[in-house]
Design a protein around this ligand. Structure first.
Ligand code: SAM
Length: 281
């Protein structure tokens, strides 16, 4: 027996290593290996790639990624209780799994990864959005990763793929769709997890475009979008007042009526606004 066949069932692993789920760490585990294999496959061709996985926990998705042929997986996990279970997986796939114990928000993974790189994770809900925004807003593009395949609460997934005009359209949709193709690839009910969370989840697949759809500085674009949607019911001339002097002038110059609300404005226009603001600095 080798690889995944030599490993005990995940329920047994959790019991043996005493990994009772902790809410503070966002621990809702996937124990169905058919499901983790599906999520792993949603990341695309793994064989020629290194995979960055955040929060492997007892290793359900990690097993899926390795069984589906990932060249190398780098997994960053904060909970030391999970390390023996992950060491067992590493032993079953010699040389293909590296585990770092640490906080993903404070760990630079790049020294341990060789391009091409894909990211695949069932993210802890409390840091998921922050990590996504960091991956979407590096100063230079393309980023270190080719694709992100990420599990979120369904509500966050909806915000990533949202179109202008809807209630879920906002900064996440703008930052994601400005530089990526995005789609929801899988819906999961609460019962798919142990313990079940209160809400449904979805896996979103983001593919990095070779270049952003329109030029803009990511910091300015993010700041403009954050301000515009922070008070989404207000007109832009009011919600963006603190972002630049003469905001009405910038809005008019790029053809956005100053009385418009942020949710009516497409990504191309947000980029034009960010460029106009930067050009006046
Ligand atoms: N991947 C596993 C699965 O699908 O069953 C576990 C997913 S669980 C939703 C999130 C995991 O992220 C947990 O194992 C938790 O300990 C870990 N985690 C929480 N905060 C973290 C952080 N700041 N850095 C790294 N891992 C973290």
């Amino acid at each position: 027996m080798s690889g995944i066949d030599s490993l005990p069932p995940l329920r047994e692993v959790i019991e043996t290593h005493g990994i009772a789920a902790k809410k503070a760490l966002g621990q809702n585990f996937l124990l169905d290996l058919n499901l983790t294999a599906r999520i792993a496959r949603a990341a695309g061709d793994l064989k020629s790639c290194d995979i960055l996985e955040i929060g492997p926990g007892p290793g359900g998705l990690t097993r899926g990624l390795l069984a589906e042929g990932a060249r190398h997986v780098l997994a960053i996990e904060k909970d030391p209780r999970c390390l023996p279970a992950l060491a067992q997986i590493a032993a079953a796939y010699p040389g293909r799994l590296t585990v770092i114990e640490g906080d993903a928000l404070e760990t630079d993974p790049l020294a341990h990864l060789t391009p091409p790189i894909r990211v695949s994770a069932n993210l802890p809900y409390n840091i998921g959005t922050e990590l996504l925004v960091r991956w979407l807003t590096p100063p230079d593009w393309p980023p270190f990763w080719q694709s992100l395949t990420l599990m979120f609460q369904r509500e966050v997934a909806d915000r990533i793929v949202a179109q202008p005009g809807g209630k879920t359209y906002g900064r996440l949709a703008i930052l994601a769709q400005w530089r990526c193709d995005v789609r929801i690839v899988l819906d999961l009910p609460p019962q798919a997890f142990t313990p079940p969370p209160k809400v449904s989840s979805a896996v979103v697949h983001l593919t990095a475009l070779p270049a952003p759809r329109w030029p803009a500085n990511p910091t300015t674009l993010s700041r403009v979008a954050a301000a515009g949607f922070n008070q989404r019911r207000k007109m832009l001339r009011a919600s963006l007042r603190g972002v630049a002097s003469d905001i009405e002038g910038h809005l008019t110059a790029v053809g956005i009526p100053p009385t418009e609300r942020a949710e009516q404005v497409g990504i191309e226009d947000f980029c034009a606004l960010a460029r106009s603001i930067d050009a006046a600095k």
